[in-house]
Design a protein around this ligand. Structure first.
Ligand code: C2E
Ligand code: MG
Ligand code: MG
Ligand code: MG
Length: 281
């Protein structure tokens, strides 16, 4: 009986496995093509300080799939991480974002930093720092205009190794932040031991802060802690004036979200920055 059942199960299972596997294989080879043929692009989202001035930009990668349309990085970044494709992909992101940032700096439209999201695999590679140095020298971007966003996962993996790299980045005047803060399995000793400049409160807490006392308490706690440790705090995913007012009242330093600006391609961003400058003058 067990054998019969086993056989039926086996057949069903292989069919399912075949289709998902072939889908995955084709998505993987399509991503390879996208990396090689430039079907990736970057969108940039501005961050604002408490006075409403631009405090920096974040580069967010997009995949323009020939038939599926725009694919979210939330889908393909984890896959690229598994397959190792994240390495060439990240190299492209770093080069393109640095190039664009340098152009904006030269145009007088950016005097703060361009933030780039790092992947664990990329950060822990032995040649990470040398790759970074060569991208900066190739693109002409000053390290004072670069910021790197790390996740708690990156820092947890090899904390001593991470401290060495963070110290080197500090020495190079590149700033660092912990992204999606609060969602990983971080221990608070990280904040004591890791030389980072900023933490970004994950939008899951920010967006629920005015709806739930628990989320409000988490936001308050993170901000108080950050202030005591001399770290700047960013609130991610601000969508409503209520969320903005509340996080402002808690003393957050920097704000990012659809309420102010969505991530946009370089040309729209350039227009956005130019119009803003006019408003401020
Ligand atoms: P993240 O680094 O936390 O980036 C912020 C995400 O929140 C972005 O999603 C952004 O579009 C979105 N966002 C910003 N404001 C709002 C808002 O007000 N409401 C909502 N609902 N969302 C908002 P996106 O662009 O889809 O990126 C998702 C994640 O993919 C990023 O999260 C980051 O972890 C990863 N990612 C994106 N680009 C790269 C990259 O170049 N390299 C690596 N390694 N990861 C990347
Ligand atoms: Mg980020
Ligand atoms: Mg984030
Ligand atoms: Mg996030």
């Amino acid at each position: 009986k067990a054998k019969q059942q086993g056989r039926n199960t086996y057949q069903l299972y292989t069919e399912d496995l075949d289709s998902t596997l072939s889908q995955r294989v084709s998505l993987r080879s399509e991503l390879q093509e996208a990396i090689e043929h430039g079907h990736l692009s970057l969108h940039y989202q501005p961050l604002l300080d408490r006075e409403g001035q631009v405090d920096g930009l974040e580069a967010l990668v997009r995949w323009h799939h020939p038939s599926k349309g725009l694919i979210s990085p939330a889908t393909f970044i984890p896959m690229a991480e598994e397959t190792g494709q994240i390495i060439p992909l990240s190299r492209w992101v770093m080069r393109q974002a640095s190039k664009d940032a340098h152009q904006l700096v030269k145009q007088g439209l950016l005097n703060k930093r361009m933030a780039i999201n790092l992947s664990p695999l990329q950060f822990h590679r032995p040649n990470f720092l040398s790759t970074l140095r060569s991208v900066l020298s190739e693109t002409g971007l000053a390290p004072e205009h670069l910021e790197l966003e790390l996740t708690e996962g990156i820092l947890m993996h090899d904390t001593d190794g991470a401290i060495d790299i963070l110290n080197a980045l500090n020495g190079m005047q590149i700033s660092t932040s912990i992204d999606d803060f609060g969602t990983g399995f971080s221990s608070l000793s990280y904040l004591r031991d890791l030389p980072v400049d900023k933490i970004k409160i994950d939008r899951s807490f920010v967006q629920r802060a005015i709806k739930s006392d628990k989320n409000a308490a988490i936001c308050q706690g993170i901000i108080t802690l950050a202030q005591k440790l001399d770290l700047r705090v960013v609130a991610e995913g601000i969508e409503t004036p209520e969320q903005y007012d509340y996080l402002m009242s808690l003393g957050c330093d920097v704000f990012q979200g659809y309420l102010f600006a969505k991530p946009m391609p370089l040309d729209s961003l350039t227009t956005w920055l130019m119009q803003r400058e006019r408003v401020l003058i």
